[in-house]
Design a protein around this ligand. Structure first.
Ligand SMILES: Nc1nc2c(ncn2[C@@H]2O[C@H](COP(=O)(O)OP(=O)(O)OP(=O)(O)O)[C@@H](O)[C@H]2O)c(=O)[nH]1
Ligand SMILES: [Mg+2]
Length: 301
């Protein structure tokens, strides 16, 4: 532990439109998978906190759901609210964009965070997908022409772990002198239950891709941990009977695959053998129902 007076500790919100790589960056920076990732937009649904600690600095990241331009469902509105809430809590805002294109939604989000007096860093991600790196200079010039105003611009690849040193230096420079908030071994504020549900949802996204109904949610009904084995009963909620059949697959094939993959991941997470049973149930219009969202833990007040 460094001396109190040498400690620096900062809160950083990670914001951006869906699918730009916010959760990938969080996991890369804290070197542990605390936030799930998928090819599909709208993977993250609530704010997830990740903590990185070295000998002098503690950096607390808040991963947020992808920003929704026009939230329609109650769930979408809550997701945007998590972003507003996160921005208020932090010392610095990290906005992530995709190096391949700066879209109108990026501009709208940048304009919305410009109202905050906090320092703002634009992290331009996925540079590994650009063959012509000279485009990066043009990218920033284009932003300047649009009047976008960030305190720093950094290009990285979160997935390939490229150019992260310069990012770390910038993050350290925005950490105020403050005692560490979390213990040196803490990686996230999220409970084991939450991480188990998220891990199952990640497998759903992995196997079903675009076929996965957006209105899907995972709840742990029972979790018993003994010395040698963890027993988990989980329920996947969907909104219609037809969606239930998609997830079960022919003769229950798909749910079997999902369970196996989830079990493998959970054994790593929990560090012991896992026995898991997953049911699929219908709960009509949960994604648009305040009370049900509260019950499912997706509403923060
Ligand atoms: N090639 C490449 N792919 C990346 C990079 N970073 C993330 N990805 C991929 O982009 C996809 C989306 O990543 P996520 O981390 O889930 O994105 P997100 O911004 O958290 O998405 P939402 O939670 O839906 O808002 C995944 O398929 C990642 O593997 C990168 O640096 N390079
Ligand atoms: Mg995410």
């Amino acid at each position: 532990m460094p001396h109190k007076l040498d400690m620096k500790c900062g809160f950083f919100a990670i914001v951006g439109r869906p699918n730009v790589g916010k959760s990938t960056l969080l996991n890369t920076l804290i070197r542990e998978k605390v936030s799930i990732i998928s090819r599909k937009p709208n993977t993250t649904r609530t704010s997830v906190l990740g903590v990185y600690t070295n000998d002098k600095h503690q950096i607390i990241f808040i991963d947020t759901p992808g920003w929704q331009k026009k939230p329609v469902r109650v769930l979408d509105r809550y997701m945007n609210r998590f972003i507003d809430w996160s921005i208020e809590q932090v010392d610095c805002i990290l906005m992530i964009s995709d190096a391949r294109s700066w879209q109108n939604d990026d501009k709208l989000l940048a304009e919305s965070i410009a109202r905050s007096p906090k320092p703002k860093v634009l992290i331009i991600n996925k540079v590994d997908l650009l063959n012509d790196k000279s485009k990066l200079l043009k990218y920033v010039e284009h932003l300047m022409k649009q009047g976008m105003d960030f305190d720093d611009y950094i290009f990285i690849s979160a997935k390939k772990k490229q150019y992260l040193d310069s990012l770390n230096d910038v993050l350290f420079s925005y950490c105020p002198a403050r005692e560490f908030v979390y213990s040196e071994t803490t990686k996230t504020d999220r409970s084991e239950n939450f991480r188990i549900c998220e891990s199952i949802r990640e497998k759903l996204l992995m196997f079903l891709g675009d076929e996965l109904p957006y209105e899907t949610c995972v709840v742990i009904e029972e979790y018993v941990k003994s010395k040698k084995i963890s027993k988990i009963n989980a329920v996947i909620y969907v909104e219609r009977e037809s969606q239930r059949h998609i997830i079960l697959g022919k003769k229950g094939d798909l749910i079997k695959k999902i369970s196996t993959k989830a079990r493998e991941d959970l054994e790593l997470l929990l560090g012991q053998k896992v026995y898991i049973r997953i049911w699929v149930k219908v709960s009509e219009s949960w994604s648009n129902d305040r009370e049900k969202l509260k019950l499912l833990g997706l509403k923060n007040n």
